[in-house]
Design a protein around this ligand. Structure first.
Ligand code: S3P
Length: 736
């Protein structure tokens, strides 16, 4: 995409110069042109062969394929009209400004071709140094670049600028303009302002000379940013005045509060604040500088303490469906055109899938408040990942991506966290191999997966267990395979893949009589809009919590009630739960309803085996319902539960027993005798659903239930503690 192209850099300072050096190193076939008011920079760049031509905008813009404006924030806005004047219809223009809103304003006043071809960008790189002499060829290696494309920005232009930054080793993220400017005000502009202000305060201080004489490392660390370029930074503050002012107000309030604590010698309150700040900063540094742990999750351990509660009430919407969220990223990325997603689950698992597709060259803006825009690259547009794709805790992401990656023209590696690294992958690797795929697993058929993409042929596969992950994996591979790929399942598993493929215009055939789904390779998908319903798997915790709390009356809004997912409702109803569905509707191919649940006396039952795939993720909390029910509940035929994020049969059995419930386990199931839960401490075995199930159990326990290792709740249910407390649970979090 970049080879042989003519790239014009406007402004050869630290950023522009570093782009030139890096491009020169990456691809010598690129012709590099530069415009700069500082003749000495141009001469130096020409003399050292970093650029090929120097000139004016009028001379160089017309012949450029790409123009990169690398000037101070306010100056960028002033040169844009001139660049627009000379720009060819197809010249792609980008900038590197640290503030975006004022630039967008000017861009939107230009001709339509300019608007479509302008991709606002911001490399989060730089230093307190400035000027061409400070430029280096690896400034962008492993750094984030934020693109803030507009609705009218063309996919081609976005793809070009994404490829440019990838070539320089950067990770390309996407954000809305408003969010970008607010985030930067907080993370960059405020700290710079404070560094300038502190140094200036000391300079103006009567004994400043003495102070500087005794200043040491602490002062040097804190004040480093005050050595930044004054011109550039006054520009930035003017351009981003309102967002920075908002952050500054919050900071001043905080300072006032600290001042009162100082005055009152309130050591313990100060200590609390400092502890919280230290924790957060340590987390940030560990994440930022560690390549071993790419997870966004806190590395420190978190426990939940669930206290007995009374009634649950209110009306809430739980976060978006995890299965549908993963698939929205995958299909949005593979479609032609722009896919808008709303209701997206901003949990760790789905965010890792977003990161994986970004790593494969897909530009994704958001997610912000559940909204996300995916600039699809088409079925054949993915780029080779430059590093292993980290799927965190998510079996779904790893298995679905295995099918997709097996059919690409590049090699890739899929890795995950400790829990995922123990989970079986032969169930996808074996049938994929029968299609011709080249996949290596670790010795026991577990991750990591090393995949050498290759041409595949369609096959028929009879799934031994009903697994939507295996089915979806093969269907994804089937999109690329020669001929037809078909999968038959022993019982219906969730069908979001089939529904979404159809939503994207890809033909899928389902033969009910043989429970077989098939696709033929070689067709295309067209972008669409996706509204992700609330996750019934997350709603399940509240369905049980309200059911076991007499007098409760709770509504869960906009919950996905796809027939392949409603086992939890069926099972709870069979136990005597009072659940009613209202406002049933169809949203983008998925049925949705508001669920009203009231407290009721539950009875133990023998769970029908046909419900297992329909409630596969909800058993941990259903076992809590069983512990609170009258009599015995038995589940058989559910050996799958042993290979989820934890061995969920044992994890629940161990925990329930330690809370005084009588439980027996079998290779394929569990038998729970309803009784009285005592307080106590249980282990979540780092499984998010075990953690949340025991948080619900605490409602009906005689004393507090402490649940260890709950950080993974963020994989599927960010904000769980706050939402639970909002409706009446008595839940707190603590470190350790
Ligand atoms: C999922 C399928 C289920 C489920 C998982 C999500 C999916 O796994 O447990 O949480 O999105 O396809 P299996 O299909 O392996 O049972």
């Amino acid at each position: 995409m970049l080879a042989q192209s003519r790239i014009l850099i406007v402004g050869l300072g630290l950023i522009g110069g570093s782009i030139a050096l890096a491009l020169r190193k990456t691809d010598p076939s690129i012709k590099l042109l530069a415009v700069d008011s500082a003749q000495d920079s141009l001469h130096a760049a020409l003399a050292s062969n970093v650029i090929d031509e120097a000139g004016t905008l009028e001379e160089l813009v017309p012949s450029a394929d790409i123009v990169i404006v690398a000037l101070p924030s306010l100056t960028i806005a002033t040169v844009i009209p001139e660049i627009a004047k000379y720009q060819r219809d197809d010249t792609v223009v980008t900038d590197v400004g640290s503030v975006k809103s004022h630039i967008i304003e000017v861009v939107n006043q230009q001709k339509p071709d300019f608007i479509a071809n302008f991709v606002p960008g911001h490399p989060i790189a730089g230093s307190e140094q400035s000027g061409f002499q400070a430029a280096i060829d690896n400034l962008f290696d492993g750094r984030n670049v934020i693109l803030t494309p507009q609705q009218l920005t063309s996919a081609r232009a976005i793809g070009t600028i994404n490829a440019l930054w990838r070539a320089l080793g950067a990770d390309v993220l996407g954000m809305s303009v408003a969010r970008h400017d607010a985030v930067l005000a907080a993370t960059s502009h405020l700290p710079h302002l404070l560094a300038f202000a502190v140094v200036d305060t000391l300079v103006s201080h009567a004994q400043s000379e003495d102070i500087f004489r005794y200043a040491a490392g602490g002062f040097a660390d804190f004040s480093r940013l005050a050595s930044s370029d004054a011109d550039m930074w006054s520009d930035i503050f003017v351009a981003n005045a309102s967002a920075t002012e908002a952050m500054l107000d919050a900071y001043i309030d905080n300072l006032q509060a600290l001042k009162s604590l100082l005055k009152s010698h309130d050591r313990s309150a100060m200590r609390q604040i400092f502890k919280r700040a230290k924790f957060s900063r340590d987390e940030f540094i560990a994440r930022h500088f560690s390549h071993k742990k790419p997870s966004l999750m806190p590395e420190n351990k978190i426990s939940f303490i669930s206290n007995p509660g009374t009634v649950l009430s209110g009306s809430i919407r739980v976060p978006g469906d995890k299965s549908i969220s993963h698939r929205s990223v995958i299909f949005g990325a593979l479609a032609d055109g722009v896919t808008e997603v709303s209701g997206f689950l901003q949990g760790e698992d789905a965010l890792n899938t977003v990161a994986a597709f970004r790593e494969m060259g897909v530009t994704i803006v958001g997610p912000e408040d559940g909204k996300m825009t995916i600039y699809g690259v088409g079925l054949h547009g993915l780029q080779a990942p430059r590093k292993p794709l980290y799927m965190g805790n998510s079996g779904t992401a790893m298995r679905l991506l295995a099918g997709l990656l097996a059919a690409q023209t590049f090699t890739s590696e899929l890795t995950g966290d400790e829990s995922l690294t123990r989970r079986p992958m032969a169930r996808v690797a074996d049938p994929l191999r029968s299609m011709g795929a080249q996949i290596a697993t670790a010795e026991k058929g577990t991750p990591p997966l090393q995949i050498s993409g290759t041409a595949l042929k369609g096959v028929h596969y009879d799934m031994p267990v009903a697994s939507a992950q295996v089915k979806s994996c093969l269907l994804l591979a089937g999109l690329y395979a020669d001929g037809q790929t078909s999968v038959s399942e022993p019982a219906p598993s969730r069908d979001h893949t089939e529904r979404m493929l159809q939503g994207f215009g890809y033909p899928v055939n389902r033969e009910e009589a043989t429970a077989t789904v098939s696709v033929s390779g070689g067709q295309a998908m067209t972008a669409t809009a996706i509204d992700v319903p609330a996750d019934i798997s997350s709603a399940a915790f509240f369905l049980v919590a309200a059911s076991i709390s007499p007098g409760s009356d709770l509504t869960l809004q906009h919950v996905g009630i796809n027939p392949t997912r409603i086992g939890v409702i069926n099972i709870l109803k069979a136990m005597g739960a009072d659940i009613t569905l209202a406002n049933e509707r169809n949203i983008g191919g998925e049925p949705v309803a508001d669920l009203r649940v009231r407290g009721s006396a539950l009875q133990g039952i023998s769970i029908a085996q046909d419900q297992i795939p329909l409630a596969i993720d909800e058993f941990p909390v259903l076992f809590v319902a069983a512990a609170c029910a009258n009599g015995i509940t038995e589940l058989r035929g559910a050996e799958e539960l042993r290979v989820k994020e934890s061995d969920r049969l044992e994890a629940m059995a161990v925990g329930l027993r330690s809370l005084g419930i009588s439980v027996e386990t079998f290779a394929d199931g569990i038998r729970i005798e309803g009784g009285t839960l005592t307080g106590g401490t249980v282990d979540s075995f780092t499984d998010h659903r075990i953690a949340m199930a025991f948080a619900v159990a605490g409602l009906r326990a005689q004393g507090a239930v402490t649940i260890k290792d709950c950080a993974n709740v963020a994989t599927s249910f960010p904000g769980f503690v706050a939402l639970a407390n909002q409706v009446g649970l008595q839940l707190t979090e603590q470190e350790g």
